[in-house]
Design a protein around this ligand. Structure first.
Ligand code: AR6
Length: 174
């Protein structure tokens, strides 16, 4: 089941939320900042420091600490450079790798923010079809993941997902 909701991803009680992180896993603004504040700056920063970093397109796992979510999958999306620098493939690999790690961990429920669509400047109209395509492809294979939430910070983004999902999928938070 895939759905799009409007809300704050840090409030979701799911097995894991995905973070839109940077290569240093250093924390920052946007959803990354919100996740660090809600999880507990000190604990999450220490966990990220122990991992070291994460190349663009890849993902790393930490606990969720004080979040209602049990774990955080840190995904590093590409910075948008106009589309000719492999940005679409890198964004696709974020979603693919996050779904694979969630499956490996036996997670049943997972929430994604719109990776790269804030500070990193990826056009939402191009990012949303990639996100939906990759999640659908992963759910079409045997996986413990049963529920994927695209958690959008604003109504316009939720509407893009809702349209891509074919009219279904705009519901209230769990
Ligand atoms: N819940 C859900 N979505 C959110 C939330 C939230 N609490 N807060 C923001 N968004 P961004 P990026 C949306 O900029 O483009 C950081 O500094 C936001 O509206 O957070 O991948 C990192 O450290 C947008 O649609 O991530 C990196 O350096 C989406 O989340 C860099 O920004 C992603 O926006 C990553 O940039």
């Amino acid at each position: 089941m895939i759905e799009a909701i409007e809300g704050d991803i840090t409030a979701l009680r799911v097995d894991a939320i995905v973070n839109a992180a940077n290569e240093r896993l250093a924390g920052g603004g946007g959803v990354d900042g919100a996740i660090h504040r809600a999880a507990g700056q000190r604990e999450l920063q220490a966990a990220c420091r122990a991992i070291g970093g994460c190349p663009t397109g890849e993902v790393r796992l930490t606990l969720g600490f004080r979040l209602p979510a049990g774990a955080i999958i840190h995904a590093v999306g590409p910075v948008w450079h106009g589309g000719g620098a492999g940005e679409e493939a890198l964004l696709a690999s974020c979603y693919r790798n996050a779904m694979a790690l969630a499956a490996e961990q036996g997670f049943a429920s997972l929430a994604f923010p719109a990776i790269s669509c804030g500070v990193y400047g990826f056009p939402a109209a191009r990012a949303v079809p990639i996100a939906v395509r990759e999640v659908r492809a992963a759910l079409a294979r045997p996986t413990p993941v049963e529920r994927v939430i695209f958690c959008c910070f604003d109504a316009a983004m939720a509407e893009l997902y809702r349209r891509e999902l074919g009219g279904a999928g705009l519901t209230s938070p769990p």
